[in-house]
Write a protein that binds this ligand. Sequence first.
Ligand SMILES: [Mn+2]
Length: 355
Amino acid sequence: MNRLEKLKDAIKKANINGYLTTNVKSIYYLTGFMDISEATLFLITPVNGDAILLVQPLSYDAANEKAEGCTVKNIGFRGKILNKIVNEIRRSQMKSVVFDSLSTSMYLKLVQEMKEVEFKQDQDILMSLRRQKDEREIAFLIEAAKLADFGAEAGMEAIKPRIHEYEVAAEIEYAMRRRGSEGVAFETVVASGPRSAYPHGVCSDRIINEGELVVLDLGATYLGYRSDITRTAVVGKPTIRQKKIFDVVLKAQEEAFKSIHAKVRASDVDGVARKIITNEGFSDFFIHSLGHGVGLDIHEAPTLSPKSKEILLEGDVVTDEPGIYIPGFGGVRIEDTVLIHKNHGEKLTKTPYSF
Ligand SMILES: [Mn+2]
């Protein structure tokens, strides 16, 4: 069954007549056509009948060439998107439509225009299809992870006293780009000294000094698929306290990794890392979830957190990224992108954890 058929099957089971998405990544997932601008693309998938991809004139030729399994229709330069969507929904006689994301104004207009149709919002139907990757997707994710390794290695090599954080970020991004990354998977993080205690510290014009912790968090993109890796370095020789924190985070990361396999609870994997960090007295300083799914989006299902209700499945790709962040002192995070197999996890990112 192809992906559009699987989606139809899922909406049919939920007793819904059609699916409407504007999400560019979901449209790429379903049709193979990637556009850059959201809200100019609408994929309407009736349970009975062909999917219709409505595109702006500037995307029409590319969509026609790339999109598979659907009919591509041009909205037209002066065409009204709303009218086109209404026409398609009426033509296929849908009485209930699920959408994942619509602008508030578009939603209100649709509800106003078609009082006879029930519109419901749901992210899970499609995301639960997207989370388990097939062989082709896994090949792309492996490539994205390899590119991230090039970036991480370049970043580790670039770190030295008196260099700016942004210079390290430039080396990371250049190394990935010149080996084929389509762009960063997310804003590159180079966070040094006290800034390393900010988990989402992006990168600044700060100058890195001898003896400081430096957190590098980065990812590449390959054919739309993303990777995510974090390494922490120290400039020169680590202090006893820096080394202690590094060792605790590394142990938490490795033990959590060993606990990963299909059918384990995502919250249990988080628990393995959290227990190690808690037993060492750092529980107040591990201030985020252990990990998240990675695919066309950098954050997608499943989530590895204490509150997660999800069970890991074969083909899930998730991050394993514990951290300890001490305000004013600095932080350590170590992260790999991990593919879930039946009986074990497989690290897709492989840069050594040197410290
Ligand atoms: Mn991450």
